[in-house]
Design a binder for this molecule. Structure first.
Ligand code: 11C
Length: 331
């Protein structure tokens, strides 16, 4: 039966995308509630479900929905998600607030739908991790993963609509010879790249990099998998790219890897290098599937290793699509 769906944080880059994805996937929506801050409340927005009026967030109002998609900060989610879930709604939280809680499933439906159980609060993974695991999961199933090294090229959308706006405005300033300033990012992003996403941890890795380690282990259910990541912000809009090296437990060839990935849901193999066919952020933008290509035998790990390149839409598989897919598991 159709569900009453609320989106909290509906004006953000992820929240807006959630509305579109519900429509693109023909999710059975009985009623759509769009919740935002006091500042946006009362404003009307055009959606594929018709014109909607933004409502100021109110925990009691939100409790009345069947499914609540949270596209809000971790602190906000921490403060309100448990109460909403206790009220009976299925809460899918896009923040990192509950991802490392043993009692909260962290779900990428193609990989670990079984882990959802009958939980009422589900965590949606970090975007970089979600995109990586749709490729890593099938490789793990076929060949077993022993070690993983990830280097990321992350779009400005990871910092929300403001991140994309800063890229656009500051690129224009740069080209017009005007001063280039930065507020969302720590340094100017046009014609640059920034090897810092989120705060540095004691071990010298950033929080974003550690999220890739922690969340990949939890989703793939390999608690001690060595995963090392270098996360870099680049001046693109909304698809994250990742160079991934895997060492496998059993021998692997690029052809066998392509076959395993071609059969896997959520992945499209784009791997005809001679024709210039490989994953790229511009191609992955707006697509549900994660592109995988440049699959080759690792010069380091030989027949027990691969290098590959992956691109996925950060706002879709990295956020809104994955959240809606989790909601679909409850239908
Ligand atoms: C970025 N991956 O690209 C981050 C954004 O853990 O949900 C998402 C942070 C998260 O900046």
């Amino acid at each position: 039966s159709p569900r009453r769906v609320a989106i909290v944080g509906a004006t953000g880059a992820v929240g807006r995308e959630m509305v579109d994805v519900l429509h693109r996937r023909s999710f059975p929506v009985a009623e759509l509630g769009l919740f935002a801050s006091e500042r946006s409340a009362g404003r009307t927005v055009e959606t594929p479900f018709g014109e909607k009026t933004l409502v100021a967030f109110d925990v009691e109002k939100v409790k009345g929905y069947d499914i609540v998609l949270l596209a809000v900060s971790g602190d906000f989610a921490k403060a309100h998600a448990p109460a909403i879930a206790a009220g009976g709604a299925l809460v899918i939280d896009n923040s990192s607030a509950f991802r490392y809680d043993d009692n909260v499933p962290l779900i990428v439906p193609e990989i670990n739908a079984h882990a959802m159980g009958d939980a009422k609060l589900i965590a949606n993974p970090n975007c970089t991790t979600a995109i990586a695991v749709v490729a890593l999961g099938p490789l793990h199933k076929a060949f077993g993963l022993k070690r993983v090294i990830v280097s990321t090229y992350q779009a400005t959308s990871g910092a929300g609509a403001e991140g994309m706006a800063e890229l656009e405005e500051q690129t224009r300033n740069q080209l017009d010879g005007k001063p280039v300033t930065n507020s969302v990012f720590r340094h100017p992003i046009p014609f640059n790249l920034i090897p810092q996403i989120d705060a540095f941890q004691e071990n010298g890795y950033t929080k974003e990099e550690m999220k890739v380690t922690w969340e990949t282990r939890k989703i793939l259910e390999i608690p001690d998998l060595p995963v090392s990541c270098t996360a870099v912000r680049i001046p693109t809009y909304r698809a994250h790219s990742e160079a991934i090296t895997v060492e496998t437990l059993t021998p692997v060839t690029p052809d066998a890897a392509r076959a395993a990935l071609a059969d896997a849901p959520g992945v499209v193999v784009k791997d005809v290098p001679a024709d210039g066919v490989y994953p790229m952020p511009l191609n992955a933008t707006g697509q549900f599937d994660v592109e995988v290509g440049r699959i080759r035998t690792s010069l380091i790990f030989g027949d027990h290793g691969l290098d590959l390149f992956v691109c996925g839409d950060q706002l879709l598989k990295g956020a809104a699509l994955n959240a809606v897919q989790i909601a679909e598991l409850s239908l």
